[in-house]
Write a protein of this length. Structure first.
Length: 182
């Protein structure tokens, strides 16, 4: 077991910037490996009965961040055999990292800056990206990069189709720790 990780629970977590593909690839990976799929944004929106954008506008970003940490703690207590797609800001708190390490290996989906900007400009529902211009998005991404790089494995997604990324995640995990077989 890699230092800092507790017992192997057959979970893995995906982290990365908005638009990197955590939700999309997490769904594909979970089916491929016959694991459950958890998306933290989805559980939080169900809990509030509101979209992420509405949670931000009604209660503020901090309320969303508190809900993220609380949810992560719940997942640490009960989650087994699951792929967990996190929201892009989950990596911002040290406390979240402490809990993620209890849940399982953390995989950073590193996306190309241009691809991120294109994906985010053609989508809505992300309050931290919706009104931002290209430079503001990239500035946020670059500021967060050291947080994402705390992951156990970095998977490059540039020019990779979703199925290729899934293969890269599985191959990479096995290389880092052969016990992490799904
Ligand atoms: N490897 C990829 N190749 C092509 N499109 C992708 C890839 N990964 C994600 N996408 C697309 O990018 C958009 C954002 O993906 P999403 O899974 O919601 O990202 P995240 O959960 O990291 O914010 C979706 O439209 C998705 O289909
Ligand atoms: O990066 C962020 O701070 C956020 C990312 C979003 O999730 P995705 O990364 O799945 O878009 C969502 O949690 C919220 O809008 C905040
Ligand atoms: Mg997502």
């Amino acid at each position: 077991m890699v230092p800092g990780h507790s017992e192997w629970k057959r979970n893995l977590l995906l982290v990365g910037f908005m638009g990197a593909g955590k939700t999309t690839l997490g769904g594909i990976l979970s089916k491929r490996c016959r694991l459950d799929f958890v998306d933290t944004d989805q559980l939080i929106t169900e809990q509030f009965g509101l979209s992420v954008a509405d949670i931000f506008s009604r209660y503020g970003e901090n309320a969303f961040r508190v809900a993220e940490t609380e949810l992560l703690r719940n997942l640490a207590a009960r989650c087994r055999h699951s792929v967990i797609a996190t929201g892009g800001g989950m990596v911002l708190k040290d406390e979240n990292w402490r809990v993620m390490r209890q849940i399982g290996p953390v995989v950073f989906l590193r996306a190309d800056e241009q691809e991120l900007v294109e994906r985010l400009s053609s989508a809505t529902g992300r309050p931290l990206a919706d009104d931002s211009d290209r430079e503001a998005i990239l500035e946020r991404y670059r500021q967060r990069l050291p947080c994402y790089l705390r992951a156990d494995l970095v998977v490059e997604t540039k020019n990779q189709a979703p199925l290729e990324v899934v293969d890269a995640i599985l191959g990479g995990l096995e290389r880092v720790n052969p016990k992490w077989l799904f």
